[in-house]
Write a protein that binds this ligand. Structure first.
Ligand SMILES: CC(C)(COP(=O)(O)OP(=O)(O)OC[C@H]1O[C@@H](n2cnc3c(N)ncnc32)[C@H](O)[C@@H]1OP(=O)(O)O)[C@@H](O)C(=O)NCCC(=O)NCCS
Length: 413
């Protein structure tokens, strides 16, 4: 065996071993490392990446509940994943023997642009047991998912994620940071925004004081929204609470892509029924805006378990209303949501600002008029293009997407 005698000659010696000259310990620790690597390789070799079987449903939900300390019911799991309409459930597992050690799923989402409708896949349920992370299993799972989605003529797979590095490694090629629009009612709302933040207690206290002040300014803005919008239009808008999906949903989306360009989720009656009106997690309140009995758009909002309100969806379009007047429609809808959420005891309201799609920008402008703050901090949106996507102009850039939660993002909407 070749043994290095001088410091620096053997790159595998640790500093402690070099100082103590404990060559034997080094050889032993090296053989232990080799043993561990061999064991890990054989561990990952035993792992099979395959499509889910009906017999795995319960185990997959259990796997999720155990790792996240949640209590999602089987009914909620089925609502989420057995709605795909594809021949194979687009749900891949990493399993060792029959034990589930990883999950990755897709929710097929129909989108619309000026050329018509097309199918996309929204990624969900990406989770690996910590023991098998960092070993190339996640890209293998996505390979299986991408191949299957492509075989079903799905043009693009997309997702929201905090794990940008892992997803880029798995094949996602375009991404953008999601920012937040935030309306504070109470200083405690900041706890949610500072989740995972390791700032000192004094700094958090300072931020909370600022948040209280921001809340005062936001409330003043809310009361004086009328000064910043087209009041005569605002007064003519009639707001209604919807208890069933509007039949005009699909037409509104068609008008939307003509008016604002790009692509958006097709919110037809069956999609809205599935994701919003029959949602088994949190039912959103849906408030629709009408002018002369014509549907202009809606806002959907919900309150989570931490008493934070979420704008789940906001959309508006009309071939009779220009873009500056549409800002008024959106401001009226947002103001209504803020007032509604405050009545239910919300600590604050969050909405997403995803990219530079013209309507996304319009929502941000209207939100500022109502009293929302812009916070450049959030998760990422990622895209992976499949065959056929290159021919679709609306898919050329992530800025062409008008996208928000609308219950494509976990249980919060
Ligand atoms: C996301 C996940 C499936 C990726 O598995 P993997 O490909 O084996 O990758 P790793 O776990 O080794 O992570 C790769 C990198 O992504 C980072 N990462 C993983 N999850 C992350 C998260 N939730 N937020 C931020 N970074 C994350 C890791 O820290 C690692 O970074 P490093 O290379 O600098 O150490 C796995 O990390 C996981 O199950 N995470 C918890 C669930 C989760 O975060 N799901 C959301 C993803 S959509």
């Amino acid at each position: 065996m070749e043994i290095a005698t001088k410091s620096g000659e053997h790159p595998q010696l640790t500093k402690a071993e070099m100082v103590s000259g404990d060559i034997e310990a080094h050889c032993l620790s090296n053989s232990k490392k080799q043993e561990r690597t061999q064991q890990e390789t054989s561990n990952t070799q035993d792992i099979i990446v395959r499509f889910i079987n009906p017999g795995d449903f319960y185990a997959c939900n259990n796997f999720h509940n155990n790792l996240y300390k949640k209590d999602r019911t089987d009914t909620q799991w089925q609502w989420e994943f057995l709605h795909s309409g594809l021949p194979e459930i687009p749900f891949v597992v990493a399993a060792k023997d029959e034990e589930i050690l990883g999950t990755l799923a897709q929710i097929p989402i129909r989108m619309i642009d000026q050329e018509g409708e097309f199918l996309t896949g929204k990624s969900e349920e990406a989770l690996l047991d910590p023991a098998i992370r960092g070993k190339g299993i996640y890209p293998q799972m996505f390979k299986k998912i991408f191949d299957y989605m492509e075989s079903q003529n799905i043009l693009v797979v997309w997702g929201f994620t905090p794990a940008i590095k892992a997803n880029v490694k798995a094949g996602f090629e375009e991404h953008t940071g999601i920012a937040q629009l935030f309306f504070p009612f109470h200083a405690d709302a900041i706890n949610v925004l500072l989740k995972n933040n390791r700032s000192s207690k004094i700094k958090v206290k300072g931020i909370k004081i600022l948040c209280s002040l921001a809340g005062v300014f936001s409330s003043i803005s809310l009361c004086s929204t009328g000064l910043r919008i087209n009041n005569s239009l605002a007064q003519n808008i009639c707001l209604k609470t919807l208890s069933t999906p509007p039949e005009e949903g699909a037409d509104l989306c068609r008008t939307f892509v003509r008016q604002w360009g790009g692509t958006t989720i097709l919110r037809n009656a069956s999609f809205l029924k599935w994701r919003i009106f029959e949602n088994p997690h949190i039912r959103a309140t849906v408030r629709a805006a009408y002018l002369d009995n014509q549907l202009l758009g809606w806002v959907a909002y919900s309150l989570d378990d931490n008493s934070v309100g979420h704008i789940v969806d906001i959309i508006a379009a009309s071939n009779k209303i220009n873009s500056s007047s549409m800002e008024t429609v959106v401001a009226v809808l947002l103001k209504d949501a803020v007032v509604g959420l405050r009545k239910t005891g919300a600590l604050g309201v969050r909405a997403w600002k995803v990219n530079s799609h013209p309507f996304d920008d319009l929502v941000a402008r209207a939100a500022r008029k109502v009293g929302f703050y812009f916070i450049p901090r959030g998760e990422w949106m990622v895209l992976h293009y499949l065959q056929g996507s290159a021919a679709r102009p609306s898919l050329k850039s992530i800025d062409n997407w008008y996208i928000n939660r609308i219950y494509t993002e976990g249980v919060l909407g």
